[in-house]
Design a protein around this ligand. Structure first.
Ligand code: OFO
Length: 169
């Protein structure tokens, strides 16, 4: 059975992942408002990714005879001034999540829980991808600058994103 300290830390991470979903849904709403449907689509897929990250931890707690305790989800920001600002916030958020996964690994290490350490490796790798994707999109937006045609090309590209449920663990 999983140690209480680790159980609690995983519950906290479930909350962070659900907050991530909520934040990206709020960002998606911003893109809908300014008619960048491709960006809105990309963010909606991101919401599904984050829910999958949360349910991966949820399933893991059950598999280890732990107890899932859901907490209130923080209110996300809903005011942005530009797509660049949104992706700067996305990158910063993903860097924050990376630090949280690292802290979670520390708790698993303290608990000497090798099974959890192995399971959490998936999240460590996923964070490399999450940060890298946000950085790439931010770089493209910076290249595009005030060029509307370039922005619409990025919108078109992000509109093609589809959800492939991740295989976690
Ligand atoms: Fe965006 O990776 Fe989970 O939170």
């Amino acid at each position: 059975m999983i140690k209480e300290t680790l159980n609690n830390a995983i519950n906290k991470q479930i909350n962070e992942e659900l907050y991530s979903a909520y934040l990206y849904l709020s960002m998606s709403a911003y893109f809908e408002e300014i008619s960048l449907k491709g960006f809105a689509n990309w963010m909606k897929i991101q919401v599904q990714e984050e829910i999958a990250h949360a349910t991966g931890l949820y399933d893991y707690l059950h598999a280890r005879d732990g107890k899932v305790v859901l907490d209130a989800i923080q209110k996300p920001n809903c005011e942005w001034n530009s797509p660049i600002e949104v992706f700067e916030a996305t990158l910063k958020h993903e860097q924050f999540i990376t630090s949280k996964i690292s802290e979670l690994m520390d708790v698993a290490e303290e608990a000497k829980d090798r099974a959890a350490l192995s399971f959490l490796q998936w999240y460590i790798k996923e964070q490399v991808e999450e940060e890298s994707t946000a950085k790439d999109i931010l770089a493209k937006l910076n290249f595009a600058g005030a060029d509307t045609n370039a922005l619409l090309l990025i919108d078109n590209e992000l509109g093609a994103r589809t959800f492939n449920p991740p295989v976690i663990g």
